[in-house]
Design a protein around this ligand. Sequence first.
Ligand code: OOG
Ligand code: NI
Length: 453
Amino acid sequence: MTHTPLVSPDTIRDRFSRAMSAMYQAEVPQYESLLALVEQVNHETLERDPALGERLEAHDELARLGVERHGAIRVGSAAELSMLRRLFAVMGMHPVGYYDLSAAGVPVHATAFRPVDDAALARNPFRLFTSLLRLELIESPELRERAAAILAERDIFTPAARELIALHEEQGGLTDEQAERFIAEALETFRWHRDATVDLDTYEALHAEHRLIADVVCFRGPHINHLTPRTLDIDEVQRRMPAAGMHPKAVIEGPPRRDCPILLRQTSFKALEEPTRFLGERQGTHTARFGEIEQRGVALTAEGRTLYDSLLGESRRQAAGLGNAEHQQRLAAIFADFPDREEALRRQGLAFFEYRITEAGRAAGRVEETDLEALIDKGLVVARPITYEDFLPVSAAGIFQSNLGDGGGEAYAGNANREAFEAALGVPVTDELALYAERERASRAAVLEALAA
Ligand code: OOG
Ligand code: NI
């Protein structure tokens, strides 16, 4: 019997993310313009700052930059969410983090499906922010039941996608030919449908409760609603967006511009109004899809995150209503309290770093010193910031709201329910801080072991 080799999940994810990007470019022409703008600005940034290019190269991040994207979808039931978990597992993407958006007036909670190990992240860090609608937060019992009944009627997966997912679980992987079929079938789940599954009155009733409920309930599937490329200079892309025909939201979410970028900065342009056909041959429109860009920095420890959250809270109090330029100035002034040198971030335990031995370290023979900062001073070890691979709930809420209209409100506030989310998902979500901490710990142990040998 011949034995056909299985393709690695990293290869399937890489191919799938390219196929998704091609599909979205064909669906949303502005996305193509956005990719071109980001590529241009990244190119100019690297020309101007060759040291940045060398650093990215040393961190295995230069190669992934051109393919790096995250997207987002919203699903309506536990069955859909748990099947998606199995679908993403085929591509080596696993649920990391729990995000409660009810605090921001959006009746969903979410996780990010993403690769977790270093080699997989370096190959293609494709991530999908995946929200689950919380029907239990809908006040009206009739509307809640109506929405649940509509959702119960649909299957967002093709029969072949279901078969290939089961085959993957049985065989422990897919062959090249099966992987190609899987990609084509899985893509169908994320496609845009111009035809709603409900009549206009039903759509409007759900929309009146919350626009997001209409978006999740009234269509055949969880259309991908944005794909976000990673830029090296978000301020510059934001500045050039209007000239390229894109109108960004008022302010950039997240921390201000810094010498040592932290976490994640994001901005988006408004959702498009798209013609939609409702049952009974009625025409209408629906806004679902938008554009977003992001710039990523170092992952913060729990202490760093607490400091970030408190400074961000202060900025939100002080900078509410300001335009982007003033907003960024105010933010920068408040974030002056957040150390902006790598050494300080390390010494104060605010951010995660990965340690590697240098050529000099390898040549040094047996070294007694075990203090990493002393070893760095001697040039025997280097520390590299670990890139933040996740999302930020306050930023995500800002992105949701800019696309849903501003009337987010507090209607659903204070309703985090991680246990219910994990029960729907079928597994616990991985704690993102534990992943970064383990990566730092393992690199430190490996360096010290090598120097002591
Ligand atoms: C997801 C919004 C969150 C991000 O990057 O934080 C998000 C959505 O609108 O479905 O994409
Ligand atoms: Ni996003």
